[in-house]
Design a protein around this ligand. Structure first.
Ligand SMILES: C[S@@+](CC[C@H](N)C(=O)[O-])C[C@H]1O[C@@H](n2cnc3c(N)ncnc32)[C@H](O)[C@@H]1O
Length: 262
């Protein structure tokens, strides 16, 4: 690790998923900043490096999430500018739905500072393992729930859909508050514009401790509004149909192959 550098690393969802390179970065850093999710995870990071500071504290004292993210990015970069080796550790993958890490990386690049992001095990990786889903089968669509809701994304019902952060689908939740009652019902109604009400969807929570089971709760789409969801819930919507081959593409391939051979 160079002097005056920022390493953005992922912790996985529990310490057993922390990669060897992330662990090495934690241990040699002059200072560690952590957004660890669970208190046990933060305690584990502190055990690797005594000079660990929680980024969570930046939520207090800022009225919007964006302000808090700005403060986190600045907290990470200040010691780098002084020539320190900084490791910023985030639960899951450090580049997956983690605004402060991307902000810090962009600013570090702009200032000519040394910065690197190391991949980690994300909630989506755990979902593939726990639900037995292979994105190589029918593909996968992955959206932040509010992004899906607000932009009315064009959804392919022949591929599964992963919706992140359904607990903060409400606009109010974006500025740091919880979703208002009824927000999940609105999300369920938006999904029922695409899928039938009896479509089986999954509320998924990967285990945050190696010994615990994941939460895999099946619920009909038209009952989703009444379901219990937490900050860490991800919504999985299975595909409705298998994709159909497009004859026009077969003809396209045949023409291209024929032209190449002639
Ligand atoms: C701010 S994002 C952080 C994602 C994280 N960086 C990752 O790589 O998995 C928070 C969202 O990730 C998902 N998530 C976090 N923990 C999870 C868990 N234990 N099981 C399933 N999804 C989880 C949920 O959709 C949650 O709303």
């Amino acid at each position: 690790m160079h002097k005056g550098c920022l390493l953005l690393v992922g912790l996985g969802l529990h310490p057993g998923q922390c990669t060897l390179e992330a662990l090495a970065a934690l241990k040699v850093a002059d200072v560690v900043f952590a957004q660890a999710g669970e208190p046990d995870m933060l305690a584990w990071v502190c055990a690797q490096n005594a000079n660990t500071h929680s980024l969570q504290d930046h939520y207090a004292g800022h009225s919007t999430r964006l302000d808090a993210y700005e403060a986190m990015a600045e907290a990470m970069l200040a010691p780098v500018r002084q020539g320190m080796r900084v490791c910023a550790a985030f639960y899951g993958h450090p580049g997956v739905f983690v605004s402060p890490s991307h902000m810090a990386r962009t600013r570090a690049h702009a200032e000519g500072l040394v910065v690197m992001m190391l991949p980690g095990v994300s909630a989506e990786d755990c979902l593939y393992a726990d639900l037995g889903v292979d994105p190589g089968g029918r593909g996968v669509q992955s959206y932040e729930a509010r992004d899906f809701f607000v932009h009315a994304r064009a959804i392919d019902v022949c591929a599964p859909l992963i919706l992140w952060q359904p607990a903060v689908v409400d606009e109010a939740a974006q500025s740091g508050f919880c979703s208002r009652a009824g927000a999940l019902t609105a999300l369920a109604a938006a999904l029922q514009e695409i899928y039938p009400g009896d479509h089986d969807v999954v509320l998924y929570e990967a285990a945050c401790c190696a010994q615990e089971p994941a939460r895999i709760e099946h619920v009909r789409l038209d009952r989703l509004g009444c379901a219990e969801i937490a900050q860490e819930t991800t919504l999985f919507v299975p595909a409705l149909f298998a994709p159909k081959p497009a004859p026009a593409r077969q003809a396209l391939m045949a023409r291209a192959l024929a032209q190449t051979m002639s």
